[in-house]
Design a protein around this ligand. Structure first.
Ligand SMILES: NC(=O)c1ccc[n+]([C@@H]2O[C@H](COP(=O)([O-])OP(=O)(O)OC[C@H]3O[C@@H](n4cnc5c(N)ncnc54)[C@H](OP(=O)(O)O)[C@@H]3O)[C@@H](O)[C@H]2O)c1
Length: 323
């Protein structure tokens, strides 16, 4: 098999490629770039594409996937596409319409994976971040088990092959796993994960339940001003990662990606730069030694770039739990 297509089996029998292309870019980046970079990522070998309703680029990402199918580069079944249910649509009756909206933007018949983006429910409506007159987020109250049942129905209807969650802590995962009449377990939990926040406890928990951990922010996140404390250290400037990279004639970025794959984590890499998109595929060209892995494990320091502070104050805010 082409190593670039390396995949792992999900608990529902489908397969997910271990390296995914992250498509989120801040609003000031023209949407047309999402089209160009997604096409390029598929051309160089990415077979797993990650997006979301929130990113407001599903039209372009869908167009990129369809154009690479049309020109014969890939077949639909070769591409694994993830979309996410945004927080303003967590009420069960809003789940299917939200997925149908994504499919309509994508112009695809199904997605491979549909995940709850963030367990904090926000007031339904057009605004992605509904705020009151004081600028405070307007929360909604939704039982996530009911949301989950609506996702199960979307899978049964064939609108998505697999269903999962994102930004859930282990207690929230347990709530779904222990739900009476659970039909499908989450196949994955997509969370921030990198050498400074290696999520080892959550990873062990996920592995023990046959749930795949998908890493975002694996390169140290995009450090967007509105979301990330600028005083936090730059992951890709870490001396330990740099020394290991030098030894393997690779870059710290590729080492950070390889680290995840070797510990059984599916990893996303966002880049809107062609040179770096191509570089990230080199993750399949080398192997870290057990000593390298141990040294990278030693970097763990509970640094979370994306605290998603807008959710603080909601009972489902996930990051006050240890894991
Ligand atoms: N579920 C969630 O709540 C959630 C949250 C955040 C992200 N995500 C998903 O995860 C994806 C990845 O996470 P992320 O967006 O935080 O970014 P990331 O993958 O950690 O990447 C961070 C930055 O690294 C740079 N980069 C990429 N390859 C590089 C290389 N080889 N050398 C040096 N720098 C490199 C990129 O800049 P350039 O573009 O300039 O190359 C990028 O902005 C997102 O795009 C999105 O799909 C999900």
């Amino acid at each position: 098999m082409d190593p670039k297509g390396q995949r792992v089996k999900l608990n529902d029998g489908h397969f997910i490629p271990v390296l995914g292309f992250g498509t989120f870019a801040p609003p000031e980046v023209p949407k047309s770039e999402a089209l160009e970079v997604t096409k390029f990522a598929i051309e160089v070998g990415f077979r797993h594409i990650d997006s979301a309703h929130l990113y407001q680029n599903e039209e372009q990402v869908g167009q990129a996937i369809r154009s690479k199918i049309a020109d014969g580069t890939v077949k639909r079944e070769d591409v694994f596409y993830t979309s996410k249910l945004w927080s303003t649509s967590l009420r069960p009756e809003l789940v299917r319409p939200a997925l149908e909206k994504s499919l309509n933007n994508l112009q695809l018949d199904y997605v491979d994976l549909y995940i709850i983006h963030f367990p904090v429910a926000l007031k339904p409506g057009e605004a992605l971040f509904p705020k009151d007159e004081n600028g405070k987020p307007i929360f909604d109250s939704v039982d996530l088990c009911r949301t989950w049942e609506a996702l199960e129905k979307c899978k049964d209807a064939g609108l998505t092959k697999s269903i999962g969650v994102s930004n859930f802590n282990h207690k929230q995962l347990e709530k779904i796993l222990n739900k009476p009449r659970l039909k499908y377990k989450p196949v994955c939990n997509q969370v921030e994960c990198h050498p400074y926040l290696n999520q080892s406890k959550l990873l062990d928990f996920c592995k023990s339940h046959d749930i795949v951990l998908v890493a975002y922010g694996a390169l140290g996140s995009q450090r967007l001003k509105e979301w990330v404390n600028p005083n936090l250290p730059f992951l890709l400037e870490d001396p330990v990662l740099s020394a290991i990279a030098k030894k393997h004639k690779q870059t710290p970025a590729v080492v950070a990606l390889r680290y995840q794959i070797q510990r059984g984590v599916v990893v996303l890499a966002k880049s809107y730069n062609k040179k770096r998109i191509k570089e990230n595929i080199q993750v399949f060209d080398f192997e870290l030694t057990p000593e390298d892995m141990k040294a990278i494990d030693g970097l763990n320091s509970s640094i979370r770039y994306n605290e998603l502070l807008l959710g603080v104050g909601h009972p489902e805010y996930p990051f006050f739990e240890e894991y």
